[in-house]
Design a protein around this ligand. Structure first.
Ligand SMILES: *[C@@H]1O[C@H](CO)[C@@H](O)[C@H](O)[C@H]1NC(C)=O
Ligand SMILES: *[C@@H]1O[C@H](CO)[C@@H](O)[C@H](O)[C@H]1NC(C)=O
Ligand SMILES: *[C@@H]1O[C@H](CO)[C@@H](O)[C@H](O)[C@H]1NC(C)=O
Length: 324
């Protein structure tokens, strides 16, 4: 009886593997350059090496602007990935000159990168190209840059880290209208003198469900996401994770149907990975009026324009000696 069962079992495995193999040899050649990594199946001493499954979400884009050397040999302590759009020249410059300046911390290597897709306006692409030649802090892939493609932008960032910066300790993903209190982020949260965490993910955790109102910015069609709840996810305005998570999310995304809500999508990948995002009250999802003492306690504040960014930064920098 037992041998019958195991015989059947082996047969099933063989059938299944043949089917996979068949799929992998008959798939269109356009996918051939996007292999995910080899899937090895070891069961009952039956091994099928090098079986490639076809991704349902192959991230089949090319870098058109890249900074492959930016991380250096040892890898930075923190990589900041900032989702931005072409026209936000001022916002990018404000971040470079304030909290995003890579030389703000002596002895702690920080890499700041702005993420973009391709614009339909060639002039804007050219301007970004020139900006990139000056600052070397822009990465672009050739997907069409649009609100609905924000998830691709984030995945490009994850891919960049996994490919060109796997030795980094921590990654932050944020937007161009966010003020980041880097002192708190680095010294209070991440603590450079402690052992780097793994499978770590934190931010402003949202436990919610899909909005079915078509007028909403966060509208989610039922056929795209039928479940009534999202897994816990961190608001896309700012989340932090250990660098190992970048590759895990990127690889998981290749087998996870794309959703246009970037933060929800990352939450789905985290659920598949069994990684639970931590709530941290320092991340502010909404705008918060400036006051020195209040901003000293936060990690992120949303909806800060370029001029305000400078004002806040200058005020906080010039009052470091003041107590609250
Ligand atoms: C499977 O392989 C292991 C190690 O190679 C061996 O010890 C074991 O006897 C094998 N089992 C069967 C059912 O062949
Ligand atoms: C960043 O800070 C360094 C050192 O304080 C400074 O020399 C540099 O000009 C700053 N970069 C920008 C873009 O403001
Ligand atoms: C997203 O990018 C892809 C690849 O460039 C493109 O085909 C698609 O139209 C874009 N989607 C939107 C909504 O812009």
């Amino acid at each position: 009886m037992a041998s019958k069962v195991s015989c059947l079992y082996i047969l099933t495995v063989v059938c299944w593997a043949s089917a996979l193999w068949y799929l992998s040899v008959t798939r269109p050649t356009s996918y051939s350059s996007h292999r995910v990594g080899d899937v090895t199946i070891v069961q009952k001493n039956v091994t099928f090496g090098n079986i490639r499954t076809r991704p349902i979400n192959p991230h089949s884009f090319e870098f058109v602007i890249n900074e492959p050397e930016k991380c250096g040999k040892d890898g930075p302590f923190l990589v900041i990935l900032i989702s931005t759009t072409h026209k936000e020249f001022d916002a990018r410059q404000a971040i470079r000159e304030t909290w995003g300046n890579e030389s703000n911390f002596k002895g702690i290597k920080i890499v700041t990168l702005f993420l973009l897709g391709k614009n339909s306006d060639p002039v804007l692409n050219q301007m970004v190209e020139q900006e990139s030649q000056i600052f070397h802090d822009i990465v672009v892939e050739d997907f069409i840059d649009s609100y609905h493609n924000l998830t691709l932008k984030t995945l490009m960032g994850m891919r960049w880290v996994a490919t060109f910066c796997s030795k980094a300790k921590y990654i932050m993903k944020t937007d161009s209208d966010i003020f980041v209190n880097m002192d708190n982020l680095i010294y209070k949260l991440l603590k450079p003198t402690t052992k780097p965490r793994r499978r770590y993910f934190t931010g402003y955790v949202i436990n919610g469900g899909p909005i079915r109102d078509v007028r909403s910015k966060w509208y989610m069609p039922r056929d795209l996401y039928p479940e009534s709840n999202y897994p816990p996810f961190c608001s896309g305005t700012g989340y932090i994770f250990s660098a190992d998570v970048a590759e895990l999310i990127y690889k998981t995304s290749l087998h996870t149907r794309l959703l246009h809500l970037e933060d929800v999508y990352v939450g789905l990948c985290l659920r598949k990975l069994g990684i639970h995002p931590f709530q941290n009250s320092g991340f502010n999802h909404w705008k918060m009026a400036y006051s020195l003492c209040r901003y000293r306690r936060v990690i992120t504040v949303h909806q800060i324009g370029p001029e305000e960014m400078h004002r806040i930064w200058n005020d906080m920098s010039s009052k470091k000696h003041l107590r609250c």
